[in-house]
Write a protein that binds this ligand. Structure first.
Ligand code: ZN
Length: 340
């Protein structure tokens, strides 16, 4: 089937699980109740994606509070009480981040519960996302390794262990989120791709990397306004990704100033074409989604196009996010009819 749809990763959480409409939303429950509620929300997220016409569903990231820290919580060697102020994404915003104080080691499985629960309840393709090594080290201070690349490779080895275990759980696509790739373009070819290769070594599932311009929060919207009339960051990093062993690349296209002809640089890869803008509450029409797909098809073989959202939808109003998922499913159907 042409144009199978997927999502970048996160979906809003139900209001009985976490406070709605925000990043870092506090949980509403604790202990065993919270664990059970996370799985209930995962099942809902899967069902809602199926009903919207999403072909490769995710767990909606219902079990984690934040896309980076949801992983870090499971890692030994990090002192969460030793917080340092750090300028994140080349100083786009400041955050208080925890510190690596010893050798990094996984405490155990990270996403086993939600991955297995989702797998047990859907026959569709299943994707689980994790933060990429470069994005992780851009979100944490180092008092142990003394070398950012060395620390990134240490994280990549942990990601690899979890990725392989997820593949054994029946997950079809493992995606690494690397918004930092759009900021440290030179480092992507210097070591960023190599770190991803470590993260996917021996992986039997498909691998993907998601590179966006961030959630629709103010710091990101201001940053986008500083990038000029054409966003050409992808031009600097796509050649290295095209040569890489990563199977799929997920991008922001809808309402973005990325020149679509840059997609040609990803020759040979599956391209997850962002056809839904997550920075606006306006729900796209299926025709608008189909138009983004048609535009991408000028530069990417149509068999390689996977319509997707621009980024995660965690901080969005739930009804709006659901409307957007349905527009994505309906738009892909329209495009299928047009290109059949
Ligand atoms: Zn994103």
């Amino acid at each position: 089937m042409l144009f199978p749809t997927t999502v970048a990763g996160s979906l809003p959480k139900p209001s009985w699980l976490a406070e709605p409409n925000k990043l870092w939303a506090p949980w509403k429950l604790s202990g065993a109740e919270l664990d059970a509620a996370k799985l209930d929300a995962t099942l809902l997220a899967v069902k809602e994606q199926e009903d919207a016409g999403i072909d490769i569903v995710s767990d909606g990231e219902q079990s984690r509070q934040h896309f980076v820290h949801g992983f870090l919580e499971f890692v030994d060697g990090i002192d969460f009480n030793q917080k340092v102020e750090m300028g994140i994404r080349n100083d786009r915003y400041k955050a208080m981040v925890p510190t690596v104080t010893g050798a990094l080691k996984l405490k155990g499985r990270v996403h086993a519960a939600e991955a297995r629960h989702a797998r047990a309840h859907t026959t569709r393709g299943l994707k689980i996302t994790m933060p990429g090594p470069m994005t992780i080290i851009d979100t944490i201070a180092d008092a142990h390794y003394g070398d950012r690349v060395k620390m990134a490779f240490a994280f990549a080895d942990l990601l690899n262990a979890e990725a392989r275990a997820l593949a054994d759980d029946g997950v079809d696509v493992i995606q690494f989120d690397e918004p930092a790739f759009n900021v440290y373009m030179k480092e992507v070819s210097d070591w960023g791709v190599e770190a991803l290769h470590r993260a996917i070594a021996g992986l039997t599932a498909k691998s993907a990397v998601h590179i966006c311009y961030g959630y629709g929060i103010k710091a990101n919207i201001d940053w986008k306004q500083s990038l000029g009339a054409e966003w050409r960051q992808y031009e600097a990093i796509f050649p290295a990704l095209a040569k890489s062993r990563i199977d799929q690349v997920s991008l922001e296209c809808r309402n973005s100033k990325v020149p679509m002809n840059l997609l040609k640089l990803l020759d040979g890869k599956d391209v997850l074409v962002g056809a839904i803008d997550v920075a606006t509450d306006r729900v796209e029409s299926p025709d608008e989604v189909a138009a983004v797909i048609a535009e991408a098809a000028k530069y990417v073989a149509k068999e390689k196009i996977i319509p997707c959202t621009n980024c995660g939808m965690a901080p969005m109003r739930r009804d709006i996010a659901m409307g957007k998922l349905k527009a994505l499913g309906d738009g892909a159907r329209l495009a299928r009819a047009k290109f059949a």
